[in-house]
Design a protein around this ligand. Structure first.
Ligand code: HEC
Ligand code: HEC
Ligand code: HEC
Ligand code: HEC
Ligand code: HEC
Ligand code: HEC
Ligand code: HEC
Ligand code: HEC
Ligand code: HEC
Ligand code: HEC
Length: 323
C-alpha cells in the first residue's frame, strides 16, 4: 500500500516528466484550453497565435487567407473563430505541438483534410456538419456524394480568400475534376452556357444531396427546368405527353451535338415514339406507298415544319400541335 505522501511523490515525478517532454508552448496552450472555461475571443486568439508560430504565408500552401473569410468573423458568434479558431476544425492536436526530434516530422494534427489523411471522410465531415447540417445539407446523409466517400473539402477550400466552388465562373471546374463526361458535354455545339457561368451545375443540382433523382435541385427533372423555362410549364390546352412527363425524353441537359440540346435530329427524334400510322413518318424512300390522306410533300420533312408546338399548344385548334 502506498501512503498519501508516496502517491504525491509519484504524481510529482510524473508531472515533471510530462513538463520535460511536452513543449512549453503546448503546455501554455493546454492551460488556456481548459474545457470548463467558456470559449472567448482570448482563447481563439491564443489558438491562432500557437498555430501561426509555425504556419504562415511562407508555406508552400499559405493558410492565413482564412482570416479574411466569413469563418474568421470573431464578432459572429456562430463562426469557428468566435469559438476556438484553428482547433475548432483541426482539433486540439496536442501531439502535433510537440517538437519532433531533429529531422523528423511532427505527429499529424487530430483532424487533417488532405485526400490521403488517415481519417475517414465521415470524421472530416462531422466537423463541418456540426455547424452546417441544415439548409442545403439537409439531405447530405444518404446522398450519392456522401455514399462515394466525398468530403466537404473535396469541393470546398476554406483557406483561400474566395472559395472557387462558390463563384459561378469557376464552380464547373470543381465538378469537372471528377465528372469528365459532363465536361465533354459542356463543349458540344449546343449546350447550356455553363462555361460562361450563366448556368451553373448548382442551378440544376444540389451537390449536397436532394430528394429528387440525380441530386437534382427540385423533385423532378421538369420542376428543375421550369425554374428558368417557366413558359414550358403551361398549362396547355393541348398537352404533348412526353413534355409533361420529362424534358429529357427529347433534350440532353448538359450539351448535345444536335441543335437545341436535342437527343436526336428531325424526324428520328419523333420516331422514337411515333410510327407511320396516320401519315408516314419514315423518311421518303420512294418505295412505300403512303396511306390515303397523306400528302407526298410531307414525307421526309422534319415533323416540326408542321407540328411546331411540340411543348404543348394553346390554340383552339392546336390539337395536333401544329399551331
Ligand atoms: C512547432 C511548429 C508547429 C506548430 C506550433 C503547429 N504546427 Fe502544424 N505543422 C507543422 C509542420 C512542420 C507540419 C508539416 C508536417 C508534414 O509535412 O507532414 C505541419 C502540418 C500541419 C497540417 C497539415 C497536415 C497534413 O499533412 O494534412 C495541419 C492541418 C496543421 N499542421 C495544423 C496545425 C494547427 C491547427 C496548429 C495549432 C493547433 C498547428 N498546426 C501548430 C508544425 C507546426
Ligand atoms: C473551417 C474549418 C477550418 C479552420 C477554422 C481552419 N482550418 Fe485549416 N484546414 C481546413 C481544411 C478543410 C483544410 C484542407 C484544405 C482546404 O480546404 O483548404 C485545411 C488545411 C490546413 C493546412 C494544410 C494546408 C495544406 O494543404 O498543406 C494547415 C497547415 C492548416 N489547415 C492550418 C490551419 C490553421 C493554422 C488554422 C487557424 C489559423 C486553421 N487551419 C483553421 C479547415 C479549417
Ligand atoms: C463553428 C461553426 C463552423 C464550422 C465548424 C464550419 N463552419 Fe463554415 N461557416 C460557418 C459560419 C457561421 C459561416 C457564415 C455563414 C453566413 O454568413 O451565412 C460559414 C460559412 C461557410 C461557407 C460559405 C462561405 C461564403 O463565403 O459564403 C462555406 C462554403 C463553409 N462555411 C464551409 C465549411 C466547411 C467545408 C467546413 C469544414 C471544413 C466548415 N464550413 C466548418 C460556421 C462554421
Ligand atoms: C460535390 C461538391 C460539394 C461537396 C462535396 C460539398 N459542397 Fe458545399 N457547396 C457546393 C456548391 C457547388 C455550392 C454552391 C451552391 C449554391 O450556390 O447553390 C456549395 C455551397 C455550400 C455552402 C454555402 C451555401 C450555404 O448553404 O450557405 C456551405 C456552407 C457548404 N456548401 C457546406 C458544405 C459542407 C458542410 C459540406 C460537407 C458535408 C459540403 N458543403 C460538401 C459543392 C459541394
Ligand atoms: C440545366 C440543368 C442542368 C445543369 C446546368 C447541369 N445538370 Fe447535370 N443533370 C441534369 C439532369 C436533368 C440530369 C438527369 C438526366 C440525365 O441523366 O441526363 C443530370 C444528370 C447529371 C449527372 C448524372 C449522369 C448519369 O448518367 O447518371 C451528373 C454526374 C451531372 N448531371 C453532373 C453535372 C455537372 C458536373 C454539372 C455542371 C458542369 C451539371 N450536371 C449541370 C441537369 C443539369
Ligand atoms: C471528388 C470527386 C467529385 C467531385 C469534385 C464532384 N463529384 Fe459528383 N459524383 C462523384 C461520384 C464518385 C459520383 C457517383 C458516381 C457517378 O455517378 O459518377 C458522383 C455523382 C454525381 C451525380 C449523380 C448523382 C446520382 O444520384 O446519380 C451528380 C448529379 C453529381 N455528381 C454532380 C456533381 C456536381 C454538380 C459537382 C460540383 C459541384 C460534383 N458532382 C463534384 C464524384 C465527384
Ligand atoms: C438556371 C436557369 C436554367 C435552368 C434551370 C434550365 N435552363 Fe435551359 N437555358 C437557360 C439559358 C440561360 C439558356 C440559353 C438561352 C440563350 O442562349 O438564349 C438555356 C437554353 C436552353 C435550350 C436551348 C438551347 C439551344 O441551343 O438553343 C434548351 C433546349 C434548354 N435550355 C432546355 C433545358 C432543360 C431541358 C432544362 C432542365 C433539365 C433546363 N433547360 C434548365 C437556363 C436554364
Ligand atoms: C417531344 C420532344 C420534346 C420534349 C419532351 C421537350 N422538348 Fe423542348 N424542344 C423540342 C424541339 C424539337 C425543340 C426545337 C424547336 C425548334 O427548333 O423550333 C425544342 C426546343 C426547346 C427550347 C428552345 C427553344 C424554345 O422553344 O424556347 C427550350 C428552352 C426547350 N425546348 C425546353 C424544354 C423543356 C423545359 C422541356 C420539358 C418541359 C422540353 N423542352 C421538352 C422538343 C422537345
Ligand atoms: C417519348 C415519346 C414521344 C416522343 C419522342 C414524341 N412524342 Fe409525340 N406523342 C407521344 C405521346 C405518348 C402522345 C400522346 C398520344 C395520345 O394521346 O394518344 C403524343 C402525341 C403527339 C401528337 C398529337 C397526336 C394526337 O393524336 O393528337 C403529335 C402531333 C405529336 N405527338 C408529334 C410529335 C412530334 C412532332 C415529335 C418530335 C418532335 C414527337 N411527337 C415526339 C410521345 C412522343
Ligand atoms: C406537312 C405537314 C406535316 C408534317 C411534315 C408532319 N405532319 Fe403529322 N400531321 C399533320 C397534320 C395536318 C395532321 C393532322 C391531320 C388531321 O388532323 O386530320 C397530322 C397528324 C399527326 C399525328 C396525329 C395522328 C392521329 O392519328 O391523330 C401525329 C402523331 C403526327 N402527325 C406525327 C407526325 C410525325 C412524327 C411527323 C414527322 C415524322 C409528322 N407528323 C410530320 C401534318 C404534318
Amino acid at each position: 500500500m502506498l501512503s498519501a505522501s508516496d502517491t504525491m511523490a509519484v504524481f510529482l515525478r510524473l508531472l515533471a516528466l510530462l513538463m520535460a517532454v511536452v513543449l512549453p508552448v503546448s503546455f501554455a496552450w493546454a492551460a488556456q484550453h481548459d474545457p470548463v472555461k467558456p470559449a472567448s475571443t482570448e482563447t481563439a486568439k491564443e489558438a491562432v497565435r500557437v498555430c501561426t508560430k509555425c504556419h504562415d504565408e511562407s508555406e508552400e500552401k499559405p493558410i492565413l487567407a482564412i482570416l479574411k473569410t466569413k469563418h474568421a468573423m470573431m464578432a459572429d458568434k456562430r463562426t469557428p473563430f468566435a469559438d476556438e479558431a484553428c482547433i475548432t476544425c483541426h482539433g486540439p492536436s496536442e501531439e502535433h505541438l510537440v517538437k519532433p526530434p531533429e529531422g523528423e516530422k511532427p505527429a499529424l494534427p487530430d483532424i487533417t483534410f488532405k485526400e490521403e489523411a488517415p481519417i475517414s471522410s465521415t470524421k472530416k465531415n462531422e466537423v463541418c456538419l456540426s455547424c452546417h447540417e441544415s439548409g442545403l445539407r439537409l439531405h447530405w446523409k444518404g446522398s450519392q456524394h456522401e455514399f462515394r466517400g466525398l468530403a466537404c473539402s473535396s469541393c470546398h477550400n476554406v483557406h483561400v480568400d474566395q472559395d472557387p466552388t462558390l463563384v459561378r465562373l469557376t464552380q464547373p471546374e470543381t465538378c469537372f475534376n471528377c465528372h469528365k463526361e459532363q465536361r465533354a458535354q459542356a463543349y458540344r455545339p449546343s449546350r447550356h452556357p455553363i462555361r460562361e457561368g450563366k448556368v451553373v451545375c448548382s442551378d440544376c443540382h444540389n451537390p449536397h444531396g436532394s430528394t429528387g433523382p440525380k441530386q437534382l435541385a427540385k423533385n423532378s427533372v421538369n420542376e428543375t427546368c421550369y425554374a428558368c423555362h417557366y413558359e414550358k410549364r403551361g398549362p396547355f390546352l393541348w398537352e404533348h405527353a412526353p413534355a409533361r412527363d420529362d424534358c429529357t425524353n427529347c433534350h440532353k441537359p448538359h450539351g448535345s451535338i444536335h441543335p437545341a440540346l436535342l437527343k436526336n435530329r428531325g424526324p428520328w427524334l419523333c420516331q422514337q415514339c411515333h410510327l407511320a400510322q396516320f401519315h408516314p413518318s419514315t423518311a421518303y424512300s420512294g418505295t412505300g406507298i403512303p396511306p390515303r390522306g397523306a400528302a407526298q410533300q410531307l414525307l421526309g420533312k422534319n415533323c416540326l415544319n408542321c407540328h411546331s408546338q411540340v411543348h404543348g399548344s394553346n390554340h383552339p385548334s392546336g390539337i395536333r400541335l401544329t399551331r
